[in-house]
Write a protein that binds this ligand. Structure first.
Ligand code: PHE
Length: 341
């Protein structure tokens, strides 16, 4: 057999290794020289057939060339794989500076926010949340609250009656007072939020459906001073520490005495403005001491216990606090409005 020319083989192998375009091409070159039937493999395998002197000379050369080529292959393989990985990653790359599509943050409706704020102020004072049905009986909505049939006080609240029976949509949350006092013994302190209904034409300040929060405290020795202190504190918590509360006599059949609470106008600080109609004061809620007739109807002894009750409109407080001039905005579900709160 012809004497193999290791120098040529080496030159050719290096040239091919260095110019291999990718790792697949490199593997083919590896097979060509070092595979089972590779050029150098064949040389190594044929060493045994050579005469001893030639074998002595060629053997070490061929073996060291094999090691040299393997090293060269290894280095080139590493180079090519790195290049290919880089290319793949560049193709997949993510631009971390690209703005992501923004999501709108959800939040409670302004009425829900105010409702929750009212509840938590009273909960801190030890009032427990209670509730009652929106479809009420004539008894709970009126009679038990000292508003007998045909009493002119019924005209204060235009009512949606249901069918011919004695069912109606509650006109206020006060019936919850009765339901709670029927079930529980004093002392008690409850706060009752909920939806109420009145047969009224809708305008900027009236809605046939709106929301109230009712409060009731019953214990021995509760006085009008407790009512005033509690509600004045509520006003300061709701409208800021500078807020003043004022009470003036009013009539609700289920309380005696009855009162209306006013707060110093949050817009003009009592100077007089359009919102407070130049009076410096805003009407906020109705309140009073629980009427003995109401206690008698639920079996609580008015000689032993006294209590105060109050009721406020959530929409009214939200309109004052947020400076909203049309109640209908709460119900339109217009995001341009709702997103401001
Ligand atoms: N229920 C009365 C109303 O809706 C408000 C009120 C509640 C007044 C409790 C006094 C005591 O107008």
């Amino acid at each position: 057999m012809p004497e193999p020319n290791l120098d040529n083989l080496k030159t050719e192998a290096f040239r091919l290794i260095d110019s291999a375009a990718d790792s697949a091409a490199l593997e083919e070159i590896h097979v060509k020289f070092l595979g089972r039937k590779g050029e150098l493999t064949l040389v190594l395998r044929s060493l045994g057939e050579l005469p001893p002197e030639q074998r002595k000379l060629l053997g070490p050369q061929a073996n060291s060339l094999k090691n040299l080529l393997e090293e060269r292959f290894q280095a080139r393989r590493f180079e090519l794989e790195k290049k290919e990985t880089d290319q793949r990653l560049t193709g997949q790359s993510v631009d971390v500076t690209l703005p992501v599509g923004t999501r709108r943050a959800a939040r409670p409706h302004p009425l829900t926010q105010i409702n929750n704020e009212i509840l938590s102020i009273f909960q801190e004072l030890g009032f427990e949340v209670a509730d009652g049905p929106e479809i009420e009986t004539d008894h709970y909505n009126f009679t038990a609250l000292n508003i007998p049939k045909d009493h002119p006080a019924r005209d204060m609240q235009d009512t949606f009656y249901i069918g011919k029976g004695n069912l109606l949509l509650r006109t206020h949350t006060s019936p919850v007072q009765i339901r709670v006092m029927e079930k529980r013994k004093p002392p008690l302190r409850i706060i009752a939020p909920g939806r109420v209904y009145r047969h009224e034409a809708t305008d900027a300040t009236h809605s046939a459906i709106f929301h109230q929060v009712e409060g009731l405290a019953v214990a021995e020795n509760l006085s009008f001073a407790d009512l005033k202190g509690t509600l004045a504190l509520f006003a300061r918590r709701m409208f800021g520490p500078q807020s003043e509360a004022r009470f003036r006599p009013s009539y609700f059949p289920f309380v005696e005495p009855g009162a209306e609470m006013l707060v110093s106008c949050i817009f003009c600080k009592k100077a007089g403005c359009r919102v407070c109609k130049m009076t410096g004061w805003l009407e906020l809620l109705g309140a009073g001491m629980v009427h003995p007739n109401v206690f008698n109807k639920v079996g609580i002894n008015p000689e032993k216990f006294t209590g105060f009750a109050f009721g406020m409109g959530v929409e009214r407080i939200a309109m004052l606090k947020f400076g909203i001039n049309d109640i209908r905005l709460f119900y339109d579900n217009d995001l341009r409005f709702l997103e401001q709160f």
